[in-house]
Write a protein that binds this ligand. Structure first.
Ligand SMILES: [Zn+2]
Length: 90
């Protein structure tokens, strides 16, 4: 035994497919196909719910980053930042 969950996972759509579906990036035909599949398939429905939660959290954290003042973002992203003690040593 390798610890694989006993639950049989539906292989019809990958997580990526379902993520695109949630972000409304798929064409209307595939979107309708997945809509219909979700009515029948509890596994995919649960995956979509989990992805939906995840995307919601992601959107919230992106919104928080967007509200930070630009100076703060620059400081956090600055890889060439030199600590004080190094400046003094040089
Ligand atoms: Zn399914």
């Amino acid at each position: 035994m390798t610890g694989v969950p006993l639950e049989i996972r539906c292989r019809r759509y990958s997580d990526d497919d379902l993520e695109l579906y949630l972000m409304v990036r798929l064409n209307a035909e595939i979107t309708r196909e997945i809509d219909e599949h979700l009515l029948l398939c509890g596994t995919c429905r649960r995956t979509v719910e989990e992805l939906d939660d995840f995307l919601r959290l992601l959107r919230i954290s992106l919104a928080e980053v967007a509200e930070l003042p630009p100076e703060q973002l620059r400081r956090e992203g600055d890889v060439s930042f030199t600590p004080d003690w190094r400046v003094r040593e040089a």
